[in-house]
Design a protein around this ligand. Structure first.
Ligand code: G3H
Ligand code: 13P
Ligand code: ZN
Length: 320
């Protein structure tokens, strides 16, 4: 059993409390390789922001759980080497079973999500409670979810959003003892969140109703990539094919971050930034075959994207 504290990591409790009262949100950036990890740490240190290193079960399979543990420990040491001991959380994204959550905790995760949102309400409560009871023994924080996002979540596909019902949140939080709650208010995973012609809006009115029921309780937004159109254009102009990719306008996320939303999940925008930089390099220098020559610019593009998110969307700069 590896305790996350021995790796230099923190759980999400204190940073969420500060984010809720301070009116900003902590970035949760997904990672599964070294360049992404370097970009996350460099951007967070430069901006002096707390950060959540987020790992999906797919990322765990891709990168190997032992390597990920040492990469997270490496992230803490790298931040110190860069001159700033920022709070770093290692978080399981969309855990679907108690066994997976237990395993991650044993491997040094400081925070886990148990996503029971696809189950009926009482089963979601029971599963989430089981995870909370186990995790809290080790001071690991737990994120639950109520409501279903449209799109693909954990291989479960839903064409429409099932918005979180404000009337359920108080009961769910009380019965499960979760530390934070992911909600469904119109965000969705991936790069195709709205159809052309649709108004790209999230339901801030539902968020407001939820906040009234559980004042000051930490809320999480998944599916919060904005799908920057300059990156989509760049990918397409260098041989890619992303038709009608549309995300959440940054202005909407800025408003959410000022509320009790204290964690905003961003994965797809990072994928777009890396892909755009690599495609450009391949087209402009087809003779190049040293991976550092295309992964280096991809890492730089990713770092710039993360710094922009921290400063201009989440407002977590200078909060470390
Ligand atoms: O919520 C989904 C995240 O973007 C992780 O995606 O399961 O492809 O690693 P993944
Ligand atoms: P995006 O696909 O919008 O980046 O969302 C990522 C996410 O919610 C990870 O859990
Ligand atoms: Zn998600």
């Amino acid at each position: 059993m590896t305790n996350y504290k021995d790796l230099g990591l923190v759980n999400s409790k204190a940073i969420f409390d500060k984010a809720v009262s301070g009116g900003y949100a902590i970035p949760a950036f997904n990672f599964n390789n070294m360049e992404q990890m370097q970009a996350i740490v460099e951007a967070s240190v430069e901006m002096s922001s707390p950060v959540i290193l987020q790992v999906s079960s797919g990322a765990r399979k891709y990168a190997n759980q032992t390597l990920l543990r040492y990469m997270a420990q490496g992230a803490v040491e790298y931040a110190k080497e860069l001159g700033k001991n920022i709070p770093i959380v290692l978080h399981l994204d969309h855990g679907d079973t108690l066994e997976l959550c237990k395993n991650c905790i044993e491997y040094g995760f400081s925070s886990v999500m148990i996503d029971g949102s696809h189950h009926e309400y009482n089963k979601n409560v029971d599963l989430t409670l089981e995870v909370v009871e186990y995790a809290h023994k080790y001071n690991v924080t737990v994120e639950g979810e109520l409501g279903v996002l449209a799109g693909v979540e954990d291989d479960v596909k839903s064409d429409t959003h099932t918005y979180t019902q404000p009337d359920e949140v108080e009961d769910f939080v009380k019965k499960t003892g979760v530390d934070s709650l992911a909600i469904s208010i119109g965000t969705s995973h991936g790069a195709f969140k709205f159809k052309p012609g649709q108004d790209p809006k999230i339901r801030l009115d539902i968020l407001e109703e939820i906040e009234k029921r559980i004042p000051g309780f930490p809320i999480v937004l998944h599916g919060s990539s904005s799908v920057p159109q300059d990156l989509v254009k760049m990918i397409n102009s260098y041989g890619g094919k992303l038709d009608d990719a549309i995300g959440i306008p940054e202005e909407q996320l800025r408003l959410a971050a000022k509320s009790a939303v204290c964690k905003i999940n961003i994965d797809s925008d990072g994928r777009l930034a890396m892909t755009a930089a690599i495609r450009k390099m391949f087209v402009e220098d087809p003779g190049e075959f040293d991976p550092r020559k295309y992964l280096g610019p991809a890492r730089e593009a990713l770092k710039n994207l993360y710094m922009h998110k921290i400063k201009s969307v989440l407002g977590s700069d200078n909060k470390a």
